[in-house]
Write a protein that binds this ligand. Structure first.
Ligand SMILES: *Cc1c(COP(=O)(O)O)cnc(C)c1O
Length: 616
């Protein structure tokens, strides 16, 4: 087969990691500079088939103001996207800044020689194309070289475009973006990068509004977005250009939240949805099919157990619950040929069990399964699951991330570690009949999974986050690092008080040296062992109910992670359908209470608990 165009699939090599990682600061600056300085791009292996990646890339780059010159001997003299196609680089009668290669690695050394002889400044090899020989020859000749990346993806990412979802740009800027979007202009010679959560939680994903200069994120209360013309509309529908179509797929306010959460987790992108439970459904949908099996921790949040065990069953999805502290049991469960993923909570709701993420990642990856971590309770401030190998990180943003108990929401973050093009997940690697047969992993490379979450899952299942709730969540998120520090301080004081109280039997807080999770807390949790834990009192179910009723400051309700301290008695509420024995199995005694320590003065929280304890 000698088709002179981009028939090379984007598979075979793990491309996600170094194309997008934080550590790629230097690379990001270099790429931004190249994309700024480049005006004319010759595309080697340009295809006239609109479903091929090279066509997507050309169409996108044209829309961003670049001059594109297709090169393909079969089409020489014809036009692609209105641009005359040439047989070879040598035939092009004008200066070329960049040579973008959609050909196998074995062709690259030859192409580089030609690029050098026509005076090109940059050689760019697409995702999956790596030729060290070509790269070192080009570098020797003074050319910039980028390998295993896509200029469309890098340009989308680095210009902070908010089309169809949030991809972490990696840089921060207080400058209004230029229109049309270009990778950021340098001020004083550099882009601003940070990996500090205090900075990211305020800045990531948000620049002053391009139209008005508004510094705070505008709330885009609109159901739909106007198209410039029919070609623009078609490009958006074909996913050739990033942009907003309809609020069920994407919204610019939500996209800021997506970028911010992705940045806090050092991920490549995120998809925000209407609730934490919706996040679980959206996250798993691309990975599942009838008979496929979720391998899940037995110690998940109760609502997740119910969702997996009953509602997901109706999709034909199977689930096996396993004690994730038992490595052999996890291995045996993951050896099941139907296993599709391993799911756990970093710090579990309600009693603060901690998963050995590093061990679980190793077991999952040895079987090519992605590790999916619900990080709701820990937040990126206590734990960044990517550091331990997690592939997807999920949140109920309803809890600590928003922090004010005003808005439900959920998020899926792709850390960029998993190679979605490995063929294990049909939704991502097979031609998608709902999108004219494109494959998401091929067309969008490392951004394929998150793009699929928006373009297919949100579109078809519809659990969208309202832009107003996205905005409320952003507002809360600005103070996340500050709040988490105070939550940790208060939790410690309250847990120590309870552990010494004569009427208290047990306290599950993992910061106590007696906790079986103390060692894992030290390893995995940065600034404290969480502020949600359980404790049990003497006197059985009656005493538990009395204690809840005796609280005057602490609110009796079914939520966690609020500024307010919250308490609930599972045996009389969330777990009342279970027998006493079943409750014990779930780790909850009849007199167990779940406490979410808030941000009031610790003395006042303790005082309220102390007087409630006096009354039982
Ligand atoms: C609350 C919670 C969820 C569900 O989130 P909602 O926003 O309520 O849908 C999932 N996981 C954990 C750990 C939670 O605490």
């Amino acid at each position: 087969m000698t088709a002179p165009e981009d028939t090379t699939p984007h598979t075979g090599k793990h491309a996600g990691k170094d194309s997008v990682e934080h550590a790629g600061e230097h690379a990001d600056s270099q790429i931004a500079a190249i994309l700024q300085q480049t005006k004319t791009i010759a595309v080697i292996g340009a295809s006239d088939n609109w479903k091929r990646p090279s066509f997507y890339v050309m169409k996108y780059l044209l829309s961003q103001g670049y001059q594109i010159i297709p090169v393909n001997p079969r089409l020489a003299g014809q036009t692609i996207l209105g641009q005359t196609c040439f047989e070879s680089l040598a035939d092009i009668p004008q200066q070329i800044d960049m040579v973008d290669i959609f050909r196998p690695a074995s062709d690259c050394p030859d192409i580089v020689e030609q690029a050098i002889s026509i005076g090109a400044k940059t050689v760019w090899m697409q995702i999956g194309i790596v030729s060290e020989v070509a790269a070192s020859r080009a570098t020797e000749a003074g050319l910039d070289v980028i390998m295993d990346k896509c200029p469309k993806i890098e340009h989308t990412r680095l210009s902070g475009l908010l089309g169809l979802g949030g991809f972490a740009s990696g840089f921060l800027s207080s400058l209004r973006p230029a229109a049309p979007p270009v990778p950021p202009a340098k001020r004083d010679g550099g882009l601003f990068f940070s990996d500090k959560p205090e900075t990211l939680s305020i800045h990531a994903g948000a620049r002053p509004d391009a139209a008005t200069g508004a510094r705070q994120v505008p709330v885009y209360h609109t159901a739909a977005f106007a198209f410039d013309n029919t070609d623009h509309a078609a490009s958006l529908y074909d996913l050739q250009q990033p942009g907003n179509i309809y609020g069920r797929l994407s919204n610019p306010t939500t996209a800021v939240l997506e970028q911010r959460l992705a940045s806090l987790d050092s991920g490549i992108g995120a998809c925000c949805v209407g609730s934490g439970h919706a996040a679980q459904m959206v996250a798993l949908y691309p990975l599942m099919k009838p008979q496929a099996k979720i391998i899940a921790s037995t110690r998940l949040y109760g609502g997740s157990i119910t969702q997996f065990a009953f509602s997901f069953k109706k999709f034909g999805w199977d689930v096996a619950f396993v004690d994730v502290s038992d490595a052999d049991a996890v291995k045996a469960a993951c050896d099941d040929p139907d296993a599709a993923l391993l799911f756990t909570e970093s710090l579990a709701n309600p009693d603060g069990n901690i998963s050995d993420l590093e061990m679980l990642a190793e077991i999952a990856h040895a079987r090519q399964l992605p590790l999916v971590v619900d990080n709701t309770m820990a937040t990126p401030i206590l734990c960044r699951p990517k550091d331990w190998g997690a592939d997807l990180v999920l949140y109920s943003t309803t809890k600590f991330l928003a922090g004010h108990g005003q808005a439900l929401g959920g998020a899926v973050v792709d850390t960029g570690l998993y190679d979605w093009s490995n063929g294990r997940f049909d939704s991502l690697s097979m031609p998608d009949p709902a999108y004219h047969g494109i494959s998401f992993a091929e067309t969008f490379g490392p951004l394929g999974y998150i793009t699929y979450c928006h373009a297919s899952v949100l579109r078809d299942l519809g659990p969208v986050l309202s832009p107003h709730n996205a905005w409320l969540t952003l507002l809360g998120l600005e103070t996340l690092p500050l709040r988490m520090r105070q939550h940790m301080e208060n939790a410690e004081q309250v847990a120590l008080f309870l552990s010494k109280h004569p009427k208290v039997e047990t306290v599950s807080w993992a910061g106590l040296p007696a906790s079986p999770y103390h060692g894992l807390a030290k390893k995995y949790l940065n600034i404290g062992a969480g502020s949600v834990f359980t404790f049990s009192v003497m006197g059985g179910i009656e005493a538990g109910m009395k204690l809840v009723e005796g609280c005057n400051l602490i609110s009796h309700l079914a939520n966690i992670g609020d500024t307010r301290s919250l308490i609930i008695h599972p045996a009389s509420t969330t777990h009342r359908q279970l027998t006493s024995e079943q409750r014990q199995k779930a780790g909850l005694g009849d007199s167990t209470l779940r406490l979410s320590v808030g941000l009031e003065h610790a003395d006042d929280i303790i005082h309220d608990l102390d007087s409630a304890l006096a009354r039982i």
